[in-house]
Design a protein around this ligand. Structure first.
Ligand code: MLT
Length: 407
């Protein structure tokens, strides 16, 4: 018999979002008439821009013609799309051949883990998007599960006490550092000075930063960096991942990209960009060409306007949720909520309560699904995350129910 991958035996039972979905199903089985509203997983709800959808539809139809048909695409993704990404998001900061098109940031993060293998030191913000931890566990880089985290992972608490920016001195030399800004789940968005501190630390300590910028389109404060490559030295120490999922509503369509600078090197001087090309061409066969046609349309004048409008819509939902969490009932219970207006999540602390307890209470009393903060890491305990992805009427109804919640 073949032995089970040691990573899996170490893994906490369920991935966070399916676990939330499982509990929701359990609840609905017991309360079939409950009108559940999800402010849980960050799943987009608004229809695609007509302009972007038309580009995909036209492309799909052209595939049925001899002139329009195409099979496998360019190695690193459609070159028109890569050039657009370079000029829209990285003017003067990244070249087309540093950009790799993919099926999304989560999948890229999982593939990046194969690039560094099981022997790498891992450090990450705590709380963090669960894929950084669970992916590290699967690949064998996380060490033993202590019941409150993994031995081989350096957790960097990001809490209200440190203004959600971590103390870096605990990070071991030559570590992979996962950093997400605007942050999932806290919403904290790093300033240019903070990113400079991170980059300087990485360069001095032989670290590589995996910078998750999946929510950069939500940044409305012009002074905040939208890419780590705005920071001096970042091309020597960072990989960036990003995605069309949230700004274009492509959570189902699937399209993202990574930026791997040519300056980035392994200890032996080998090019990370070259190895990443090898990983992508070996483990991946390119994003759907239809999705890539949508990506090209998303980055023209109309597409950019449409994406901005979608993001503004979700940000307004976030403001409504934040306002509700500032109501008397929450104040009396000492609840403190955080919403930066630069990301889609509202992060709220319920003192003296466990995250899953709050999750159950809100599900039971309001029929609203949230995401328990402890699922994002030990420092997320006592918090829950409210997602601003939802139809306006659902968000308003959820806010009404929440404002009547007795805590
Ligand atoms: C989240 O809810 O944290 C994310 O949207 C889920 C995902 O992107 O995988």
């Amino acid at each position: 018999m073949i032995k089970r991958n040691i990573g899996f035996s170490n893994l906490t039972a369920g991935y966070l979002f399916p676990e939330v979905a499982r509990r929701r199903r359990e609840y609905v089985a017991l309360h079939p008439n409950a009108k559940i509203i999800s402010l849980g997983i960050g799943n987009t709800t608004e229809p695609l821009s007509k302009h972007i959808a038309a580009a995909m539809s036209n492309y799909a139809l052209s595939l049925a013609t001899p002139e329009g048909y195409s099979g496998y695409g360019d190695e690193q993704g459609n070159s028109v799309l890569r050039a657009k990404i370079a000029s829209v998001f990285y003017p003067g900061l990244a070249e087309e051949d540093e950009i790799f098109i993919s099926d999304g940031a989560k999948c890229d993060i999982a593939r990046i883990q194969t690039l560094f293998g099981s022997k790498v030191n891992v450090a990450l913000q705590d709380p963090a998007y669960p894929v950084y931890v669970d992916g590290s566990v699967v690949i064998g880089a996380a060490g033993k599960n202590t019941g409150n985290g993994y031995k081989g992972i350096t957790y960097l608490p990001c809490t209200p006490e440190n203004d959600f920016f971590p103390e870096l001195s605990k990070v071991k030399k030559n570590s992979l550092i996962y950093f997400c800004s605007p942050n999932n789940p806290t919403g904290a968005t790093a300033t240019k000075n903070q990113l400079q501190t991170l980059v300087d630390f990485a360069i001095s300590n032989g670290c590589i930063i995996i910078y998750d910028a999946a929510y950069s389109a939500f940044i409305r404060d012009e002074s905040l960096p939208k890419t780590i490559f705005e920071v001096q030295g970042a091309k020597k120490c960072a990989i960036e991942v990003n995605s069309f999922s949230k700004p274009a509503g492509f959570t189902g369509v699937r399209l993202g990209w990574s930026v791997v600078p040519k300056e980035l090197k392994f200890a032996d001087g080998a090019s990370v960009n070259r190895d990443w090309n090898r990983v992508m061409t070996t483990l991946f066969n390119g994003a759907s060409n239809i999705a890539q046609a949508g990506g090209i349309a998303a980055l023209d004048e109309q597409g950019l306007l449409d994406m901005k409008a979608q993001v503004d819509f979700y940000l307004e939902n976030g403001r409504l949720i934040k306002e509700t969490l500032e109501g008397e009932n929450f104040k009396k219970a000492g609840v403190v909520s955080y919403f930066t207006g630069n990301g889609p999540y509202v992060w709220a602390k319920f003192p003296g309560k466990k995250s899953w307890e709050i999750f159950d209470l809100i599900l039971d009393e309001c029929n609203v699904v949230t995401t328990p903060g402890s699922g994002f890491g030990p420092s997320g305990e006592s918090f829950v995350r409210f997602s601003s992805f939802g139809h306006r009427s659902d968000v308003q109804e959820a806010c009404k129910r929440l404002s009547e919640l007795q805590l």
